[in-house]
Design a protein around this ligand. Structure first.
Ligand SMILES: NC(=O)c1ccc[n+]([C@@H]2O[C@H](COP(=O)([O-])OP(=O)(O)OC[C@H]3O[C@@H](n4cnc5c(N)ncnc54)[C@H](O)[C@@H]3O)[C@@H](O)[C@H]2O)c1
Length: 418
């Protein structure tokens, strides 16, 4: 018995070929339609993608399939296809006696924008074992990107990447290196990040050489480049700080980042390059930074031990504290923004005295600060930070979602469960 049958359906077409020991079918699935397939005989089957692009869902796994891809399914697996473009799927199995052994269910048209599709882009995260880089790498992976982390582990640690499934490579970006894979997006976080690093020349060399090497890699791959700059380059200039205001360089760290921003300015018409001036970031996976970790970590640790939180006299310096989850979202949003340099802060400045009040409330304590003289040269100490966020709101289409209190609560919860 051989059958050839062509059926036109609302979602596309079915072409049948079946005989006693072989059964095949060509499904022509229109874009946006979903087809669930069940067959109720105890056999395996194979699907090949002939044309178009299809989202294959097997149990809870999602995979985008392109022409030439195939998948073998064993009996009992739940599977369905969604046409991301008009697609042709060849379906083969053996030993079906007739088409009645199949049951196809088409669930109608699907809103493709709501599918939370796995991404096809490969991202490279430099400094991915560090504080922000690790949070970013884990989130990118969760969103379906393929992620490669590179880090020289000068400060970062693999501990930060618990649960990360992608590849981790030990590479110093400030020295010549090679990445063979095609990269679509580079998130450049690697840098010497401690403003009080002992060797100014090495800081300048490493941060600038690393950036230049990454620009070459981005150009070679025609990749988008999103890199971390800093609010440190505004120094003690007026607040709220605007991207184009006069800069006040008070550290070599700030100098290295301003030079990076100047290089990026020159390139913004030639490539997708976005610099993000992060303000004072706090959150999970920063504790390895020791002295350079956020004040929120330091003060909360003291207070959890019922010690008086220690502040420089008299606690009225202000910071724009931003939660790392917001920073990660801004960084990912930058892949869709126009080239440029944007502040990533909340726009709200909070004094350290106010911060202690918030921490007392969250930690259920009643501790008063102990003030001591600021040991740093005031010329190199940033007294106040506060972002003007209007350019980021307009061009990144992003605004911080966590209030300081919400961010700290979320963070304290994470620390407890760690
Ligand atoms: N955390 C903040 O509040 C903050 C504020 C403003 C800007 N930034 C910027 O954001 C980025 C990330 O900061 P972070 O707080 O996660 O710092 P971090 O020190 O935790 O992370 C930096 C990572 O880069 C790695 N690294 C350093 N030099 C490298 C090199 N030459 N090659 C490869 N890897 C190298 C380190 O091992 C580390 O894992 C940095 O560029 C930093 O300047 C951070």
């Amino acid at each position: 018995m051989t059958q050839h049958k062509e059926v036109q359906k609302k979602w596309g077409k079915e072409l049948w070929i079946a005989n006693y020991d072989y059964c095949g079918k060509l499904l022509i699935l229109n874009k946006g339609f979903r087809c669930s397939m069940h067959y109720h005989k105890n056999k395996d089957e194979t699907f090949y993608i002939n044309k178009g692009k299809v989202l294959m869902e097997i149990d809870n796994e999602k995979k985008i399939m392109l022409p030439g891809d195939s998948v073998r399914l064993t009996q009992g697996m739940k599977h369905r296809f969604t046409g991301l473009e008009n697609s042709e799927i060849m379906e083969f199995s053996t030993h079906h006696e007739d088409e009645d052994s199949y049951r196809d269910e088409v669930s109608g048209e699907v809103d493709l924008t709501k599918l939370n599709l796995p991404k096809e882009e490969t991202c490279l995260v430099t400094g991915g074992a560090g504080f922000i880089g690790s949070n970013l790498s884990l989130e990118l992976e969760k969103q379906g990107y393929k992620v490669i982390v590179i880090d020289n582990f000068s400060t970062g640690t693999k501990e930060n990447l618990k649960g990360f499934k992608g590849e981790i490579r030990e590479i110093d970006v400030s020295r010549p290196f090679e990445i063979k894979e095609k990269i679509n997006i580079i998130f450049h976080q690697a840098a010497i990040t401690d403003p009080r690093f002992k060797d100014d020349n090495e800081m300048l060399r490493a941060n600038l050489e690393g950036f230049k090497n990454i620009i070459q890699l981005a150009k070679k791959n025609d990749a988008k480049l999103i890199y971390a700059s800093t609010a440190n380059l505004y120094g003690n200039a007026k607040t709220p700080m605007k991207e184009d205001q006069e800069k006040e360089i008070i550290t070599t760290y700030g100098k290295s980042k301003l030079e990076m921003d100047n290089i990026a300015e020159q390139l913004k018409d030639q490539m997708h390059i976005v610099g993000l001036r992060y303000f004072n970031v706090f959150g999970p996976r920063e504790s390895f930074k020791g002295r350079a970790a956020s004040m929120i970590l330091h003060l909360s640790s003291q207070m959890k031990e019922n010690k008086k939180p220690r502040l420089f006299k008299h606690g009225e310096q202000k910071r724009d504290h931003i939660y790392v989850k917001d920073v990660v979202q801004a960084t990912i949003k930058a892949t869709e923004a126009k080239s440029g340099i944007y502040n990533v802060g909340t726009g709200i400045a909070t004094s350290f005295n106010e911060l202690i009040n918030i921490l007392n409330e969250i930690l259920k304590k009643d501790l008063h600060p102990e003030y001591f003289d600021n040991p740093y040269n005031l010329k190199t100490y940033q007294s106040n930070t506060q972002a003007d966020t209007s350019l980021a709101e307009q061009n990144l289409r992003w605004k911080a979602r966590y209030t300081l209190k919400q961010g700290i609560k979320d963070y304290m919860g994470w620390l407890e469960n760690e």
